[in-house]
Design a protein around this ligand. Structure first.
Ligand SMILES: [Zn+2]
Ligand SMILES: [Zn+2]
Length: 241
C-alpha cells in the first residue's frame, strides 16, 4: 500500500460518525453541566474542595491522556470494530500527518472523546455522594472528564502555527500542553511524551520508564508486540520497538 493510499484510508471520516459525535457532544455537555451544578450546590463550607478538584482533575486528565494515547499508539488496529474507526484511526492519522488535526473542527477533534466519556458520566449521574471525601473524588472525576474532553483541543492548538494570544499565554505558562513540549512526542518513533493535556507528568513517566515497563508486562502476558499496526502501515521501522 502506498503512503498516499494509507493516508486516504486513515483520513476517512463518515457522515454517520460525525452524527454520532455531534450527538455525543450534546449529551456530554448536558450531563456535565447538570452534574457540575449539583457539585456546586454541595455543602458551601467545602467550596475549597470544589476548587481543589479542578486542579486534581487536570493532573488526572494528563495521566489519563498519557495512558489512552500510549494504548492507542501502541496496541490495536484501525481495522478493529468500533474502537478502530472511533479512537485508533485518529492517532494513526496524526502520526502520518501532524497537521491534519489542525483542519479538524471542534466536533471532529473532540466528538469521539465525548463518546468515550459518556458512560463514565452516567456512573456519576447515578451515584451522587453524600460525604465529603467521596464528594472530593466524585467532583475531581467530573473535572477529569471536562479536561479530558478538552485534551484533543489543547493538542490541536499545540500543532497550530498561529493561536490567539490567550492560548499562547496558557501554553507559555504550561497550563496546557505547549508547542515545544509536544514536539518531543513527534520526534523519532512517537514512543515518549504521551501526556497531552498539560504534559506535566511526562518527565515523571519517562524517568520511571512507565510506558516501556507496561509494554514489557503486556507482551509477557499476551505475547502481543507493541506498535505492530504502526509497522504494518509503515509508520515505524520494522526494527523499532
Ligand atoms: Zn502519538
Ligand atoms: Zn501531536
Amino acid at each position: 500500500m502506498s503512503r498516499e493510499e494509507i493516508r486516504k484510508e486513515l483520513s476517512q471520516y463518515s457522515s454517520r460518525m460525525r452524527a454520532v459525535e455531534i450527538i455525543s457532544l450534546i449529551i456530554f455537555m448536558y450531563m456535565w453541566v447538570t452534574l457540575i451544578a449539583k457539585a456546586w450546590q454541595f455543602d458551601s463550607t467545602y467550596k475549597w474542595i470544589f476548587f481543589l478538584s479542578i486542579l486534581v482533575g487536570m493532573v488526572a486528565a494528563d495521566a489519563a491522556s498519557g495512558v489512552v494515547h500510549w494504548a492507542a499508539d501502541t496496541w490495536g488496529s484501525v481495522r478493529w470494530p468500533l474502537i478502530g474507526p472511533t479512537l485508533i484511526r485518529g492517532f494513526r492519522e496524526h502520526h502520518l500527518d501532524q497537521k491534519a488535526i489542525t483542519h479538524h473542527d471542534f466536533i471532529e477533534a473532540n466528538g469521539a472523546t465525548a463518546l468515550v466519556i459518556i458512560p463514565w458520566l452516567l456512573l456519576c449521574w447515578y451515584y451522587v455522594p453524600a460525604n465529603v471525601f467521596l464528594f472530593f473524588v466524585w467532583n475531581s472525576f467530573l473535572w477529569l472528564c471536562a479536561w479530558a474532553l478538552m485534551t484533543n483541543q489543547f493538542h490541536k492548538w499545540s500543532h497550530l502555527d498561529q493561536v490567539p494570544g490567550f492560548i499562547q499565554l496558557l501554553q507559555k505558562y504550561r497550563l496546557i500542553i505547549s508547542v515545544e513540549h509536544h514536539k518531543n512526542h513527534h520526534s523519532g518513533d512517537h514512543t515518549s511524551h504521551y501526556c497531552i493535556t498539560t504534559g506535566w507528568l511526562n518527565p515523571v513517566a519517562e524517568k520511571i520508564y512507565f510506558f516501556r515497563g507496561l509494554e514489557k508486562i503486556i507482551t509477557w502476558v499476551s505475547g502481543a508486540a507493541p506498535r505492530s499496526d504502526e509497522k504494518r502501515i509503515g509508520l515505524q521501522s520494522a526494527s523499532s520497538s
